[in-house]
Structures are given as structure tokens and as C-alpha cells.
Design a protein around this ligand. Structure first.
Ligand code: ATP
Length: 233
């Protein structure tokens, strides 16, 4: 079953068209991958889903048409985005950054979610008072993903979480996401590198020049020429 079904999504920035009629389904309880080279339209796809940019097309979330919902309502309907630039507040503590993810909730609920995040990633709790800006890039990525989890979303979308990270840090991101996937949460994972996608995703879409040019298992995509074609243009 699909939690999110996207039909004919188009995203434009003035005269520039970044997403050209994308059809994509995010399976409930699974990690769906989107792979694409630089500028393929991956961030625009996610911003389009959030309705944070000008777009047309149809989006259905769990049977409800959210095509004309604004960003705030889309967040309320249970979609959380972990953006590529992470957008943490460097001088604020880890804990205060995390609490922003549950800003709509009553303090008691927010505390409960914080406890769950700390259970998942214990060092976050141990270092909760430290400013987020003091952490390494990989640690900051774990905070950013955890902050998105604080809203207890139905769908979490991640924009290139491995970008700029060392192999060790990518491994830590992978472990966190494996736990998230095991808990049954639905994930849309957008990546330029295949490494995380290979470990986490059953179904993978390939995006090139704003279009879906392939949709298959990662094993089949790696075996085909599709990925190298999409990356080399
Ligand atoms: P990256 O891996 O570099 O993040 P991407 O796959 O996420 O790339 P997008 O950032 O969605 O790709 O960009 C898709 C296309 O839209 C590119 O041609 C880009 O130049 C263009 N684009 C993105 N944002 C804007 C904007 N604000 N105004 C105009 N054009 C934009």
C-alpha cells in the first residue's frame, strides 16, 4: 500500500522547470529511495511535496488529497523533512534544537518524545546541553534526523543525509535509519550516493533532469546502465 502517491508533479522557479511530471509512490512502512545526480531535481521534488515552492500536480497522503494544502497543513498531516543543509541552530543546545521538532506539542508530550530520541541515540541525551554547533557534521546530521522524528511523522523525508560525511559518519546515519525503518516508519530517502540507498531501500526511483527515468530494486538498477546513464547525462 502507498502512503503517499504523487502524480504529474511539476516544480518551476520562474522560467526554470526543475521537476517535469514526476509519478512516484512511497510504500507504507518502507524506505523508498530516490537517486539522482547534481541538479536532477531531488531537492525540488521534496520542496514540491512540502509545497514550499511553486508546483502543480496531485498528492494523495493516505487517501486524502493534499495537493492544495499549504506547507503548515502538510506538516500537520504528518510529513517531516530533514533538509540537506540540516538547519540546526549552532548556538542552541542539542536538546533545544530537538525540542523545535515538537514545538506544536504540549510540553509533556515533547518530553516523552525527547526520551524516545535519547533512547534511540543515547549520546544525544548525555550531551544534551552542548551547543549543536560544536558537533561534527555527522553528529549534526543525527541531531537533524532526530529533530524530524520529534514530530512523530507518518512520513519522514531525508534530503541527502550522507552528503559531505565521512564513511564512519555515514555508517552512524545508516544505523539510525535502520532503527527508524525497523520501527515501521515510512521513509523517503533522497541521495546522490548509492551507499545508504543500497542498504536501506527496497524500491528506488532514478531522477534525471526532473524526470523519473527508472524505478526498480537497487540490485537491478546497479546491474543495469540506468544509474551510470543518469549520472553521466
Ligand atoms: P543537488 O544534488 O545539487 O542538491 P538536486 O537534485 O537536489 O541537486 P535541485 O536543487 O532540485 O537538484 O535543482 C534542480 C534544478 O533546478 C537545477 O537546474 C537548479 O539549478 C534549479 N533550481 C533549483 N533551485 C532553484 C531556484 N531557487 N531558482 C532557480 N532555479 C533553481
Amino acid at each position: 500500500m502507498e502512503l503517499l502517491t504523487i502524480t504529474d508533479l511539476r516544480v518551476t522557479y520562474g522560467a526554470v522547470t526543475a521537476v517535469r511530471g514526476v509519478e512516484l509512490g512511497v510504500a507504507s512502512g518502507e524506505v523508498t529511495g530516490v537517486l539522482g545526480a547534481n541538479g536532477a531535481g531531488k531537492t525540488s521534488l521534496l520542496m514540491g511535496i512540502m509545497h514550499a515552492v511553486s508546483r502543480t500536480g496531485k498528492l494523495v497522503l493516505d487517501g486524502t488529497d493534499i495537493s492544495s494544502s499549504d506547507t503548515r497543513d502538510i506538516v500537520r498531516s504528518g510529513i517531516a523533512l530533514c533538509p540537506q543543509d540540516r538547519r540546526l541552530f549552532a548556538s542552541m543546545s542539542i536538546e533545544d534544537n530537538l525540542l523545535l521538532g515538537a514545538a506544536q506539542e504540549k510540553p509533556r508530550v515533547a518530553r516523552q518524545r525527547l526520551a524516545e530520541v535519547y533512547e534511540r541515540t543515547p549520546w544525544l541525551g548525555q550531551r544534551s546541553r552542548e551547543p549543536a554547533g560544536r558537533l561534527s557534521g555527522g553528529q549534526q546530521q543525527l541531531v537533524a534526523i532526530s529533530r524530524a522524528l520529534m514530530s512523530e511523522p507518518r512520513l519522514i523525508m531525508l534530503d541527502e543525509p550522507s552528503s559531505g560525511l565521512s564513511p564512519v559518519a555515514v555508517h552512524e546515519v545508516r544505523e539510525l535509519l535502520e532503527g527508524v525503518a525497523r520501527s515501521g516508519l515510512t521513509v523517503l530517502l533522497v541521495e546522490q550516493n548509492t551507499s545508504l540507498v543500497q542498504h536501506l531501500c527496497s524500491s528506488v526511483y532514478v531522477l534525471a533532469e526532473g524526470r523519473v527515468v527508472g524505478h526498480d530494486t537497487i540490485a537491478n538498477l546497479v546491474a543495469s546502465d540506468l544509474l551510470s546513464d543518469a549520472y553521466l547525462g
